[in-house]
Design a protein around this ligand. Structure first.
Ligand code: FAD
Length: 294
């Protein structure tokens, strides 16, 4: 049995209290949310925090709320809540697509969106989703609140722009009425991390051509969205030839490494194939949304 090194423990009562505790106890202190990434790392002694600040009582971070042209999601929202929200599925089908293939119900019942993004595992599905949706992170610390576009949030594998005395509090998703989105993942078995996955968002013009688009890839060494995809797709009608061009661009941009989940060529092939599939699905959904809006 693996047992973590000893640590002290505090249970924060609100955001201000959590930040005060982080500030008081210094950089060897870690926040614990669902604990599904941090605790396994502690058991393996890959992480040895001296103190944990438990944020599970911070109900103020547990909400999904539409606010004008933005969907606000608190950092403590569990995977299950995102999966089961009809509003999330309607506005951002990519989130439900991704949540359906994240781990298993046990992990989804505890794991949080904030923990997923802060863990910054290269195979984390919600990081790609947030990149593609151009989400904005709301971070609070001793100096107050700041907003950070997702493109600047991740600093590399397991590294984010959240300072040791800061808390990720919310994620803001801009709503575009004529957009839709999709996510697809290949995993070795149900509930496993991605061999490769792809996410796409597409906005259609009144004439049915693509007004804007973004594609992101998971677990192939690429942070942020694939460069050049929006420029390739803008102004052109959706279709198989176009999706194939985008797939080739994504495969060329991917930087996979060989590991127990598969060789480089296989992952590059998946980047190509999954890009085509998510663009196809996002375009079909966007066309449906457009038809419904009249
Ligand atoms: C068996 C298993 C399979 C999994 N499969 C997948 C998968 O297929 N796809 C996938 O995407 N994920 C997968 N996960 C990870 C899962 O999504 C976790 O829930 C997630 O990585 C971490 O969320 P958490 O709330 O448990 O974070 P925690 O483990 O509590 O924290 C993770 C890190 O984030 C920090 N942190 C947490 N919340 C905040 C905050 N609000 N502000 C600042 N820092 C914070 C912590 O200090 C810690 O460093 C899997 C996990 C397990 C155990």
């Amino acid at each position: 049995m693996q047992i973590p090194a000893s640590f002290d423990y505090d249970r924060a009562t609100d955001v201000a209290h959590a930040i005060a505790l982080l500030q008081r106890h210094g950089p060897e202190t870690r926040v614990v949310a669902g604990g599904h990434s941090l605790l396994p790392m502690m058991k393996l002694r890959l992480a040895r925090p001296e103190r944990l600040i438990d944020i599970n009582d911070l109900r103020e971070l547990d909400f999904i709320r539409r606010d004008g042209t933005m969907l606000r999601v608190g950092a403590l929202v569990r995977h299950t809540a995102l999966l089961e929200s009809a509003e999330v599925a309607q506005l951002f089908p990519i989130i439900r697509d991704a949540e359906q293939v994240i781990a298993d119900p046990v992990v989804r019942n505890r794991g949080t969106i904030g923990g997923s993004l802060c863990q910054a595992d290269p195979a984390e599905d919600l990081s790609t989703v947030c990149d593609v949706l151009a989400a904005v992170a709301i971070i609070r610390g001793p100096g107050g609140e700041r907003s950070l576009p997702m493109a600047q949030f991740h600093r590399g594998p397991y590294e984010t722009a959240v300072a040791p005395d800061e808390l990720l509090c919310e994620i803001h998703f801009p709503i575009h009425p004529l957009s839709s989105s999709a996510y697809e993942k290949v995993e070795r078995r149900t509930g496993d991390w991605a061999v490769t996955a792809a996410g796409a968002t597409v906005t259609l013009s009144e004439d049915g051509s693509i007004a804007d688009a973004a594609v992101g890839l998971t677990a192939v060494g690429l942070d942020g969205v694939v460069a050049g995809i929006a420029e390739l797709l803008r102004g052109r009608p959706p279709g198989e030839e176009l999706f194939a061009e985008a797939g080739l661009l994504a495969a060329a941009a991917a930087r996979p490494i060989e590991d127990q989940r598969g060789p480089v060529d296989y992952k590059r092939h998946l980047a190509d194939e999954l890009t085509r599939r998510v663009l196809r699905r996002a375009c079909a959904r966007a066309a449906q949304t457009r038809a419904q809006k009249g």
